[in-house]
Design a protein around this ligand. Structure first.
Ligand SMILES: C[S@@+](CC[C@H](N)C(=O)[O-])C[C@H]1O[C@@H](n2cnc3c(N)ncnc32)[C@H](O)[C@@H]1O
Length: 249
């Protein structure tokens, strides 16, 4: 039964199409998916899909009724990580992704809408509000901030946003958090998923599988209880940078 596989954080739900996520990222995404699906039917919007790997769970779960993939399909993209600079995406196309996804057992492609555009050229009101957004497009702070603003608008201010490779775009995420009115919660899940909840009544943190993926569990839960989620993320980022500087000195 597919629902049990989500609750078990079965990473084989990602097995048919390559994804740039780690096993721990996959468990975190499945835990979020499980917590959101427990409330009833939901919809998923993804920014940056490449080969389609991270779309697989949403496409096979009948509780997810609508899936949107936004990706303008560049052949190369800038990346704020200094060791990367520009990353090649040779042969990047929606057609190739769809071909890959047709091979996923149980995937319902009739609920998938693909959009070959960048969010700056899209009108949020043209989309039905998704419950869960995954941001994994261009890995620059500017693009992450732009995509997060798009998600906030398209969700009409209520929903869950997960950023992949969050350490690469954390300045963009922090700017987003600072400008976003409360209530919101923000926390990091292993290995690189940063979650921002906007105005949701039932937090994914109530789900033990989501809590199980948390970094710094007690500190994270306490920071979100007293509303200093942004400060904790800033401190964690500065501590990590100091560690990196020490290592490279
Ligand atoms: C890291 S890959 C996504 C991997 C995918 N989420 C997975 O795990 O299977 C990054 C994707 O971002 C897309 N991309 C580049 N610029 C973008 C933009 N401005 N908006 C949305 N997606 C973009 C690229 O085409 C590429 O497919």
């Amino acid at each position: 039964m597919s629902e049990d596989r989500f609750a078990a954080l079965d990473t084989r739900l990602f097995e048919f199409v390559p994804s740039s996520t780690t096993d721990d990222d996959r468990r975190s995404l499945l835990a979020l998916h499980d917590s959101i699906a427990a409330r009833g039917e939901f919809s998923y919007l993804e920014i940056g899909s490449h080969l389609g790997g991270s779309l697989q769970p949403a496409l096979v779960d009948p509780r997810c009724v609508r899936v949107v993939s936004i990706d303008p399909r560049p052949q190369a993209q800038p990346d704020d990580r200094p060791h990367l600079g520009e990353v090649a995406y040779t042969g990047n196309s929606t057609a190739r992704m769809l071909e890959n996804l047709r091979g996923v057992p149980g995937a319902d492609l009739s609920k998938l809408e693909t959009v070959e555009e960048s969010t700056e050229n899209l009108e949020p009101d043209a989309f039905a509000p998704p419950d869960f957004c995954f941001i994994d497009g261009e890995h620059t702070n500017q693009a992450a901030l732009r995509d997060a603003r798009f998600c906030r608008a398209v969700m009409r201010g209520v929903g869950v946003i997960a950023f992949h490779d969050s350490y690469a775009v954390e300045e963009g995420v922090l700017t987003f958090l600072r400008e976003t009115p409360r209530p919101h919660r923000a926390y990091s899940l292993r290995s690189s998923v940063l979650v921002v909840e906007l105005g949701v009544e039932r937090s994914p943190l109530d789900n033990p599988r989501v809590r199980g993926q948390l970094y710094r569990v007690r500190r994270s839960l306490a920071a979100n209880r007293v509303g200093c989620d942004t400060a904790l993320l800033r401190i964690s980022m500065l501590a990590r940078r100091a560690r990196e500087r020490r290592r490279s000195a």
